[in-house]
Design a protein around this ligand. Structure first.
Ligand code: KIV
Length: 270
């Protein structure tokens, strides 16, 4: 990979970290946005199980299914055939047994063209991560606020604030690296702790609500574009106000249809 090239394989991620190049990741759920994100130079597309909230309108990620993830990931792949793409393994598709995890992660790679899967958890998932990696399935870890454990964690809150929790998080990250993970997403973690974790690993950390010390950043696409207006956590920066743009465009269309000015002759066939 040359100095400014985008990563095309999972091995490029550690190379980017070694070269001090920050990784740009965004979630993506469909072909139209995949095309745009790829054209804009995003390094990694993540088909996150957040689609269960963003696209399907559910409260949590817990009811996302493997078929749902595969449907959206295949669409993303069609929109961005050359992109580096990870797909979340949804709740209960990898926690029950290692063979189930291998079969389900394998389906994701076979049916979507993704280069890897993401799963939540640290030491408890190390055996599964190792089994997947040993079978040629790259794995991205996910620590800190792990949304599939939202009930056990008592809500969507910052993790690792207490010394014990911080040490556990570092140990989890190191165990994921030993198990062969190619990177770790850190969600809702104090910035100083995320910086420590990043310094302790050769694989990259990708933060969301984890400060500037991570090796890359990820945001949920609809949040950063202003399409999810009710959601306003401290870490989120909105780079556009597409919600307002959509309303304005639709109001203009409705007014023209009602006023009989759309379609005009230039939009009509002889
Ligand atoms: O599902 C998702 O979108 C994620 C990101 C928040 C990292 O896991």
């Amino acid at each position: 990979m040359n100095a400014d090239a985008r990563p095309r394989t999972v091995l490029d991620l550690a190379a980017m970290k070694a070269a001090g190049r920050r990784i740009v990741m965004l979630t993506c759920y469909d072909a139209a946005f995949a095309r745009l994100l790829d054209q804009a130079g995003v390094d990694v597309l993540l088909v996150g199980d957040s689609l269960n909230q963003v696209i399907a309108g559910e409260e949590t990620t817990l009811s996302a299914t493997l078929d749902q993830m595969i449907y959206h990931a295949a669409a993303v792949r069609r929109g961005a055939p050359g992109a580096l793409m990870f797909v979340d393994l949804p709740f209960l598709t990898y926690q029950v047994s290692v063979p189930e995890a291998i079969r389900n992660a394998g389906r994701v790679l076979q049916e979507t063209g993704a280069q890897g899967v993401k799963l939540e958890g640290g030491c408890a998932m190390a055996e599964t991560v190792r089994a997947l990696v040993d079978r040629g399935i790259p794995v991205l870890g996910h620590l800190g606020l792990t949304p599939q454990s939202v009930h056990a964690l008592g809500g969507y809150r910052v993790q690792g604030r207490d010394p014990g929790g911080a040490e556990r998080l570092i140990a989890d990250a190191q165990e994921l690296e030993r198990a062969g993970a190619c990177g770790v997403v850190l969600e809702l973690v104090p910035a100083a702790l995320a910086r420590r974790v990043s310094g302790a690993l050769a694989i990259p950390t990708i933060g969301i609500g984890a400060g500037a010390g991570c090796d890359g950043q990820v945001l949920v696409l609809h949040d950063m574009l202003g399409l999810n207006e009710g959601f306003d956590p401290k870490f989120l920066k909105r780079y556009a106000a597409l919600g307002e743009s959509v309303r304005a465009a639709v109001r203009a269309y409705a007014a023209e249809v009602r006023g009989g000015t759309y379609p005009g002759p230039e939009h009509s066939f002889e």
